[in-house]
Design a binder for this molecule. Sequence first.
Ligand code: FCB
Length: 483
Amino acid sequence: MTIDILPDTRESPAGNPDYRDSGLVFDTVFVIGSATASYQIEGAVTADGRGPSIWDTFSATPGAIVNGDTGEVADDHYNRLEDDLDLMAELGLEAYRFSIAWPRIQPLGSGAVNEAGLDFYGRLVDGLLDRGIRPIATLYHWDLPQALEDAGGWTNRETAYRFAEYTRIVATELGDRVQVWTTLNEPWCSAFLGYGSGAHAPGRTSGADALAAMHHLNLAHGLAVQVLREVVPNAEVSVTLNFHVIRGDDETSPQAIRRIDALANRSFTGPMLAGGYPADLIADTADVTDWSFVHAGDAAIIHQPLDFLGVNYYSTARVRMWNGTSPRENADGHKDVGGSPWPGSLDVEFLTQDGPFTAMGWNIAPDGLEELLVSLSSQFPELPLMITENGAAFDDEVVGGRVLDVERLDYLRRHFTAAHRAIGRGVDLRGYLVWSLLDNFEWGYGYSKRFGIVHVDYETQQRTVKDSGRWLSRLIRSHAIPE
Ligand code: FCB
């Protein structure tokens, strides 16, 4: 079956008329596909020997997730693998970015290997290759084995070494078939939402713990890259970061921007790509931690050559220093659960931005994507980039077998245009993976936010390709932004 676009029967939403180009052509080597993550789609959390992860524990905690949702069933992708692979082929995906659930491979996070878990990902990879879809494997998209969290989680340096062992197991098994590897997805979220604000699993709320977790994630990345180079000689190795594109508001903004850029962006690009932590980050957080978690030799381990950098982008942030008297705005785009993901910078204020907005309340700003890509390419001129996530949540409905998600289609059109403009400005951008293939478990928001280009009815598990999915399919087949 070939999926084609149906005509729009609704008007485009109002908004910035820019970035709505059509007909722009992408090079044939530019890879266009879609992305998911294990805990968000697989379900089957106790099947075939999988151990519990921090997200199983966290989502069972009353009040942690909207509607008390959990990943127990999710999209039941684990049991519907073949159908979902067929769906990817129907859409014409050139690449599929998925993540591997560590607790399926090592139920206790160390030691014994669960062959059934390896088999599942083997079948997934074979199924992709059979259909001509390039697998892009992420080793860690947040589902830490609970047993490791019980031993301190990412605040424990040992977790980085366990991650290297797990990487070796997976790379040894799949390295003959998977060439493109990503160590970590958005380690900022793992560290600062998981251990700082408490919005994500494991739900801890300590600035010092968040910074220790950040460092051990950096260390885990470096160790994993070394393992991948050793085990998979032709591997293309990357990491995916969620860059914060930060804008200003008044004369205090330059300081606020510098602080948030240090915590959100340079905390990872510094050690991974430039060889060390920024001095201003260490100074800004001196009252929170003494940084004794950094050991001699760590910098060299973390600073590994990469083949490309994965970029996740959704929207921008606007900041200034809080004046201490007016009500403090906290619109940083992350779920507000009381704790802060900004240790040492609690006096930075995140302002509500201009719309239009997605269902997440995130402002739609394709210019931010162009700006980010151009900026990264000038900071790291030797490093190719790939958009490993971009997409939008809207309140979709199936009407007469069809999902008219004109807002998402418009969002994607504008962000593909932004990517094309960045390429035109000399950025070495290798591909674009839309988040997400399927509606899924959106972390603290549970199933209340739909990001898919394919709708999932959670009662019946029926999949319905949305208009945005049909549009993407057309884009992939022509390699040009459709009318
Ligand atoms: C990113 C995550 C991804 C998804 C999108 C909306 O931060 O990597 O799993 O939740 O946001």
